[in-house]
Design a protein around this ligand. Structure first.
Ligand code: SF4
Length: 347
């Protein structure tokens, strides 16, 4: 059901039965950082609609991998989490995604859809870039908040004769065309390239690394079009350099995630099995939020390379220029197997 909250540039899509499930309860509203500026409006709106008392989580919430169950254990009066802006995190990627405190806390996902749509000039620019790149068959991707713009772009491309392939990851976790920063496993490969309807470069560059095919972005918030293939190629080259730097390392730090969806024991054990076979020493470091200060605090001469098994975007987006190689799991396997091809991203 569509819920309009004041004059913010988003509308909410709330699940059926939300009002019944929440009436009279106390709920913790989790917003992505970009939506926190509207926290008073969204909290008031949801509270009025459901009859629940709504409080707001102030910590950063990076995705549906980050539901903060641990913190909620401290508070016996929180009955539900209202997680806004993401679809459920896939169970096949995280080990404890759905382990909430004894089932006490309900988790409900609410979508925030950006209302803005690309104008005709932007759509025309998109068509020009697709033709200039010589792409005849493209797959169309998006992130969940831009579904309205995605539908408009899909209709436009097909109307203008561009063969446009749609796709969908497992239905319990994904909407049509949706990707997240650590899962591109279901994206079609038999295309000339991709168009992604998104904002910022995060998901677009991830799409490049996962497929190594041209990626053209329609940025909905800026109403602009960018061919990000060159940026993807440069990022790819820098990642190969990092992998090559790590090939001879014999002392590794293995970052193990503690956030709800970022604990991945099978990734950790698969990596450590290869390390043991190669005679490589390692130390496991458990961390929730991993930023440069946290890493620098425990970094020492002993560590020659780190692999991050929590969020595989941290090595790329936050540590690409760190003084030592900080690798994704896929890159760590490459380094341990002493190969630069094929490039594995992210796992
Ligand atoms: S990319 Fe990182 S923050 Fe985003 S969903 Fe995946 S693990 Fe979570």
């Amino acid at each position: 059901m569509r819920l309009e909250c004041g004059d913010i540039p988003y509308y909410l899509e709330v699940p059926e039965g939300l009002r019944l499930k929440l009436s009279g309860l106390k709920a913790m509203l989790q917003l992505p950082d970009g939506l926190k500026q509207y926290s008073n409006i969204i909290a008031g709106c949801v509270s009025e609609y459901t009859g629940a008392t709504v409080v707001v989580q102030g910590d950063s919430v990076f995705g549906a991998c980050d539901l903060h169950y641990q913190e909620l254990l401290q508070f016996n009066d929180i009955d539900a989490i209202l997680h806004v802006g993401h679809t459920p995190y896939p169970d096949y990627l995280g080990d404890r995604v759905n382990v909430n405190p004894k089932g006490r806390v309900k988790v409900m996902f609410i979508q925030a859809r950006f209302k803005g749509l690309p104008n005709e000039q932007t759509l025309g620019a998109l068509l020009n870039v697709i033709r200039a790149r010589g792409l005849t068959r493209v797959a169309l991707a998006t992130t969940v908040q831009y579904e309205p713009a995605y539908s408009k772009v899909l209709e436009f491309l097909r109307r203008n004769g561009v063969e446009t392939v749609t796709f969908r990851g497992p239905a319990e976790y994904y909407e049509e065309g949706q990707v997240i920063g650590c899962d591109y496993s279901f994206v079609p490969r038999r295309v000339d390239g991709f168009v992604i309807v998104s904002s910022g470069e995060f998901h677009a560059l991830g799409l490049y690394l996962a497929t190594l095919k041209p990626v053209i972005q329609l940025d909905v918030t800026r109403d602009s079009v960018k061919d990000l293939t060159g940026a993807g190629e440069r990022l790819y080259a820098s990642r190969l350099f990092r992998v090559s730097q790590a090939m001879d390392a014999s002392r590794w730090g293995v970052i193990v995630g503690t956030k709800t969806g970022q604990n991945r024991p099978w990734v950790v054990s698969a990596l450590e099995n290869v390390m043991k076979r190669r005679g490589v020493s390692y130390i496991e470091i458990y961390a929730g939020l991993l930023d440069r200060l946290t890493l620098a605090n425990f970094d020492s001469d002993w560590y020659q390379v780190f692999v991050v098994t929590s969020c595989p975007r941290l090595p790329i987006d936050d540590f690409n220029d760190y003084q030592k190689p900080v690798l994704t799991p896929g890159e760590a396997f490459m380094a341990l197997m002493r190969t630069l091809s094929p490039y594995r991203f992210p796992w």
